[in-house]
Design a protein around this ligand. Structure first.
Ligand code: 5AD
Ligand code: SF4
Length: 476
């Protein structure tokens, strides 16, 4: 819980880490002077938005220590912030470790570090100890802020340093962070998850749910706004249960309302919403503010009530459909997106057809579709009702085709309209074009120059190309 007493302890910890940053900087400077060039680092991020935001902190700390960013893993310090939500995320990391070993052979003083969700799994740490001794540092999800201290230990002690905590201690505020964009930023509002969906490893690797203090969040957003940020994305595994672990009485809708009051913030996004906790208050606050993007990511996972119960989702198909009806009644143009798992243990053809029916009924603007991945340690991994791969693949292909067809049909409807677009960057393929995002998160390319980057402009959508638009700046 975040009491005032904890906060005092937290800032003590922040101070400690700043002291380690000084120490680390002295070590790095000494090496740079000896070899006559700056040391370089490369951070690679796997997984979700929370991890990408975590990596901004890691990058901020490394720059503070005196490293300069490299464009590839041919660097003096390589750090992987890992994901373990599905098996293939783990496999990617193991694959890349082979490549890193090759680079380290050419540059023996290179340091390799791994952190994040995958490292919270004891079997992974065992494997790294046994098979990948060239990895210098391993830490987890609860002690990311300790990077400066761990860095100094790694540098001074040598050997493989492993520091994994079972659970979190404090939320440590105010360490350096390096934002990818100057005009938009993610903001953590809570960490962890208490839902224990039976397929999901997140509660085990990210720990129990805890919310950041509202004042810390609002102060951070005010600082971001003063620094030129116009769009914030509030992040948590289940933002709708924000505040439940705090002494202060505050709901997610209440927090959102406060964020709308911050001058300079023009767009507010958030994710992820668990359907079981989405309140009427939230719908009301969203509908009542032009600043809150009309987009909800509302994971369905399955359209079969029987499967939803096995998944421990705490809602039935009908609850979900009632909820989406209510949301659309309040905000007819809202974009709805979702996550769906295919091939969950015990999924029958009829269960899958129920999912297809919900997809046809809700008509999502887009959907992330996943093949069920068995995660050791979760209840569903032990069930004997696993579905054969070929059956799952056939279902997955059917679902993907439906999701893509509906997404394209929905996108087409905006052609000819004028939309507000936040310009993010020069188009990577064609330098005469700018690329930005609409309120509903769709991508738009249109002719323009870089002076518009970071601005919200009116763009007429001329041509829909399935999942993105070509447009022109509207003079109206
Ligand atoms: N297998 C497949 N997909 C999963 N997800 C979470 N755990 C698994 C798993 N074991 C998906 C869910 C979740 C998204 C982030 O990842 O759909 O919403
Ligand atoms: Fe995983 Fe369910 Fe928590 Fe989402 S709500 S992180 S799917 S346990």
């Amino acid at each position: 819980m975040n009491t005032a007493g904890d906060n005092a302890a937290v800032s003590e910890e922040t101070k400690r880490q700043y002291e380690f940053i000084q120490k680390a900087r002295a070590l790095v400077n000494k090496r740079s002077d000896a070899i006559g060039r700056k040391l370089t680092f490369y951070v690679r991020t796997f997984g979700c938005q929370m991890n990408f935001l975590g990596s901004e902190k890691l990058v901020g700390i490394l720059k503070e220590i005196g490293y300069v960013e490299a464009k590839s893993e041919e660097a003096d310090f390589v750090l992987y912030n890992t994901c373990t939500v599905r098996e293939n995320a783990n496999n990617k990391v193991y694959g890349r470790l082979g490549v890193l070993h090759g680079i380290k052979r050419k540059n023996p003083k290179m340091k390799i570090a791994l952190c994040g969700c995958m490292m919270q799994e004891p079997t992974v740490v065992d494997t790294i100890q046994k098979t990948y001794p060239f990895v210098d540092l391993v830490f987890g999800t609860h002690n990311i802020y300790k990077l400066p201290e761990l860095f100094v230990t790694m540098w001074e002690a040598g050997g493989q340093i492993i520091d994994i905590w079972d659970s979190y201690k404090d939320i440590v505020e105010d360490l350096p962070a390096e934002r990818k964009y100057r005009f938009k930023s993610g903001v953590n509002i809570m960490y962890g998850c208490n839902n224990f969906c039976t397929y999901c490893i997140v509660p085990y690797v990210r720990g129990r749910e805890r919310s950041r203090n509202p004042l810390d969040i609002l102060r951070e957003i005010e600082r971001l706004a003063a620094d030129g940020v116009v769009e914030v994305m509030l992040l948590g595994q289940n933002v709708n249960s924000y505040g439940k672990t705090l002494d202060t009485k505050i709901t997610f809708a209440g927090l959102l309302k406060e964020v709308t009051q911050i001058d300079g913030i023009e767009r507010i996004r958030f994710m992820t919403s668990h359907p079981k906790d989405l309140s009427d208050e939230l719908i009301e606050v969203m509908a009542g503010s032009d600043k809150i993007c009309k987009h909800l990511h509302l994971p369905l996972q399955s359209g079969s009530t029987r499967l939803l119960s096995l998944m421990n989702r705490h809602y039935e198909k009908e609850d979900y459909l009632r909820l989406t009806d209510k949301i659309r009644a309040a905000m007819p143009d809202i974009a709805l997106t979702t996550d769906i798992i295919v091939g969950f243990p015990g999924e029958t053809e009829e269960d899958f057809n129920e999912t297809m029916r919900v997809v046809e009924q809700v008509r999502y603007d887009s959907a992330f579709t996943f093949i069920y991945s068995k995660r050791t340690g979760t209840p569903a991994a032990k069930w004997t009702t696993q579905i054969p791969e070929d059956v799952v693949q056939r279902r997955f292909d059917r679902l993907l085709a439906a999701v893509q067809r509906i997404g394209a049909e929905k996108a087409e409807k905006f052609t000819g309209t004028i939309q507000k677009v936040l310009v993010e960057q020069i188009n990577k393929q064609d330098k005469t074009l700018l690329t930005g995002r609409m309120d509903n998160n769709s991508v738009v390319h249109f002719p323009g120059d870089e002076s518009l980057i970071g601005k919200i402009v009116d763009v007429e959508l001329v041509w829909c190309k399935g999942f993105y638009y070509m447009g022109r700046k509207s003079e109206k």
